[in-house]
Ligand binder design. Structure first.
Ligand code: MG
Ligand code: MG
Length: 255
């Protein structure tokens, strides 16, 4: 069942959203060539500790995973799109990094992701990241009362198709609230005018992820978590937790 949040509850979700945004900003500031992904995970752990927040990622084990997730961030580099485990890999010049991070504070959860490059960026990577960000903005713009969930999905899918990027709807957005993953599911492609009607109080994570090669296939790495593009092309993933309000979309995970 979809749980609508009151304005006071949305304010509480904004508080945890700020913690999420703070951690992602700090990771982005610290990430550099030569840094290990484990160090980026440590940055996020310190932000959680500073705010007395906990991690909804650590120990998370959905049905598709054969082991609990061992970290507080997902760090997905280059051909990795989602769910990358932050291991001892050292960032190299020109790497494309996607960091997904969530936090729980006072019983409410926020979920957000950013993609960026370290060192000298490849122009194609910048275009991929900017397109994913544009798709996120287009999806957020549709998160208004009276709209339909399919409007959000269709807006994201249209941006990916126009750019020629690969899109897969197996993983996408979702309701967020007392837990990280709640109904409804918010696919990254769909038909405008279809799906549930958007009402004030609906809080959803909108999270486009695109693969530069244009193929829609992916595979899961031997670690059981890391999702990689089927053709080895690079991927980007961006996400915000967004509340539908009478005044329009409110981004809860911006700084
Ligand atoms: Mg996320
Ligand atoms: Mg999410």
């Amino acid at each position: 069942m979809v749980e609508l949040k009151t304005p006071a509850e949305i304010d509480q979700m904004r508080a945890v959203g700020r913690v999420v945004a703070t951690a992602l900003q700090r990771i982005r500031d610290k990430a550099a060539v030569g840094m290990r992904l484990t160090e980026l995970d440590q940055v996020a752990r310190s932000v959680l500790a500073e705010h007395g927040a906990t991690s909804p990622f650590l120990g998370y084990q959905p049905s598709f995973a054969h082991s609990p997730f061992p970290a507080v961030i997902c760090a997905s580099v280059n051909d990795a799109a989602l769910h990358g485990i932050p291991g001892r890999y050292k960032l190299a010049d020109g790497d494309l990094v996607s960091i997904d991070f969530g936090a729980t504070l006072d019983g409410w959860t926020g979920d957000s992701a950013i993609s960026f490059t370290v060192g000298r960026p490849r122009p194609d990577d910048i275009r991929l990241i900017e397109t994913a960000e544009r798709a996120l903005a287009a999806g957020i713009a549709e998160a208004v009362p009276g709209g339909r969930l399919g409007d959000v999905s269709a807006a994201i899918g249209a941006v990916a198709r126009a750019a020629g990027y690969g899109l897969h709807t197996d993983f996408g957005g979702h309701g967020v609230g007392r837990t990280m993953h709640e109904p409804p599911s918010v696919p990254n492609n769909g038909r405008a005018g279809r799906g549930m009607r958007l009402e004030p109080g609906l809080v959803i994570a909108i999270e486009p992820w695109f693969m530069a090669g244009g193929e829609d296939s992916y595979y899961v790495d031997r670690d059981g978590w890391t999702l990689r593009s089927g053709d080895g092309s690079r991927a980007a993933h961006v996400e915000h937790t967004v509340a539908v309000t009478a005044d329009g979309p409110r981004i809860l995970t911006a700084l």
